[in-house]
Ligand binder design. Structure first.
Ligand code: ZN
Length: 480
């Protein structure tokens, strides 16, 4: 039985998909106006681990992760300017070119981190029609109203507006009504914009659409504008999956504004429950503090590569903390992950080398059996609200166990379907001829019981940066 912690009910619940074994899963994707930092990358890997876990448990998962390429203002609420347009001006490119540039980098980064490709990767600007349709429904049903600057959602009409966050609206957490845009036409200070008109602070907006809206009074508004960020996710969910979805995931910071607003408008438009299970991932800190661009700690994957870390080392690092826990990034901890991953790879290579049938390139899965006892423990770990760090610990448990080499290998490669460390694809390092020659000389020395010569050759191999290990099937050479 799979149990998932649901932010909406604040408890672990048995997972019951709407349609038998099929799961609709939406993750709020990046706003593509800059290179995503490690915190964003952590969120992507965490969703990938949940996606893979669900698939491992036998579900057919339809994952959607969007690209926000319009309408996300510098504040998560309604103030400030569109992030895409600010970058467009800075880089002297069109918003479309900015989106193209940063989507490309993002796709390459998540691929490097071995995240599986979502079934859907919708771009907000391609879904303007469904957004307009949802907005018209909100106007027709009396949940939305227009001012000179925007169309707002009237939160006083929403059924239990704060049910996800439990926030106290008198503290004005959603920030609406504050900042650069304050609109006197608003009915409630916390009403949020569903659509912005090309007016006021947005009069020079570069990405706008002419949509006709009919107000309940019969009046027709025909003015250029662009969607609010919250509406985008609601409309894309509706268009891809229908009114109710199984899982919606996003960062913990989205609870009080973005996701609260998504629920309000989706449920107002459809009249039914929007999301059955809300999942929220915690933040990544750097050196114990919030990541900061100005402080130079908002590292990207490219920064890590430049420092000599391969992306899968970062993935290994992310495997070590639960998605609902904060994780602290330090280069020392990343170095620890590098050592651990190298160690794991070397052990996999040793196991492979000890199993002669695998040398001919046959698939390891077809040999030997997955150990049931470990597999059951592994399933229990991931079925307990996706406890990935515990499932990773089981990999080391398998290696230390008294299972046969073959069992160890096939069991770990099976677990790697969830962990995604690419362990079935690792290649033995090419050993230079010179080293191989020394190793062969050492074999002859050992056959002649010339231990002194054998030890000397071992030292020589060591000094050249390689390790030699003797096994029952012969020797194994590894790079130090
Ligand atoms: Zn979203």
């Amino acid at each position: 039985m799979l149990e998932i912690y649901n932010t909406l009910t604040k408890k672990k619940e048995e997972f019951k998909p709407i349609k038998n074994k099929s799961v609709s899963f939406y993750q709020c994707g990046p706003t593509v106006y800059w290179v995503q930092h490690l915190g964003n990358m952590r969120a992507m890997v965490l969703a990938d681990l949940i996606y893979r876990s669900l698939a491992y448990l036998g579900y057919e998962v339809k994952l959607a992760r969007n690209y926000t390429d319009v309408g996300h203002l510098t504040s998560d609420a309604d103030s400030g300017k569109d992030k895409m347009e600010i970058t467009a001006k800075k880089e002297k490119l069109t918003p479309e070119a900015i989106a193209k540039k940063y989507i490309k980098i993002f796709k390459s980064d998540v691929k490097d981190l071995n995240c599986l490709k979502p079934k859907y990767q919708p771009r907000a600007t391609v879904y303007i029609k469904p957004m307009a349709k949802m907005m018209q429904t909100l106007l027709d049903k009396g949940f939305a109203y227009a001012t000179d600057l925007a169309i707002y959602f009237d939160i006083s009409k929403a059924k239990d507006y704060t049910k996800l966050s439990g926030q106290d609206l008198s503290k004005n957490i959603s920030e609406a009504g504050q900042g650069e845009v304050s609109d006197n036409g608003k009915k409630n200070p916390t009403d949020f914009a569903v659509w912005f008109f090309k007016a006021g602070v947005h009069q020079n907006a570069l990405q706008t659409w002419n949509i006709k809206f009919k107000l309940p009074t019969g009046e027709v508004i025909n003015q250029a504008g662009f969607p609010g960020w919250h509406l985008e996710c609601s409309a894309m969910n509706q268009a891809l999956f229908g009114p109710t979805i199984d899982i919606h995931m996003g960062g913990i910071e989205h609870v009080p504004v973005h996701h609260t607003n998504e629920i309000a408008q989706s449920e107002a438009a459809s009249g039914v429950k929007f999301v059955n299970y809300w999942l929220h991932n915690e933040h990544l800190t750097v050196d114990g503090a919030k990541m900061s661009k100005s402080g130079g700690t908002a590292y990207s994957l490219t920064d890590l590569k430049a420092k000599g870390f391969e992306p899968l080392v970062l993935r290994y690092f992310f495997l070590q903390a639960h998605y609902r826990s904060q994780q602290n990034f330090t280069f020392k901890a990343l170095e620890g992950s590098r050592v651990a991953l190298n160690n794991l790879r070397n052990q996999i290579l040793s196991l492979r080398a000890k199993i002669p049938t695998l040398r001919s390139g046959q698939a390891p899965q077809s040999h030997g059996k997955i150990n049931e006892e470990f597999k059951n423990k592994f399933i229990s770990a991931i079925a307990d609200d996706f406890n990935i760090s515990q499932s990773l610990a089981l990999v080391w448990g398998v290696l230390k166990s008294d299972l046969t080499d073959q069992e160890k290998l096939v069991t770990i490669l099976d677990f790697d379907k969830v962990l995604g460390l690419g362990l079935s694809k690792i290649k033995a390092e090419k050993i230079p001829k010179e080293i191989k020659k020394l190793a062969e000389e050492r074999v002859i020395g050992r056959q002649n019981k010339d231990w002194q010569k054998s030890d000397k050759l071992r030292d020589k191999i060591n000094n050249l940066g390689y390790l030699i290990e003797d096994t029952s099937c012969g020797y194994i050479i590894k790079k130090k």
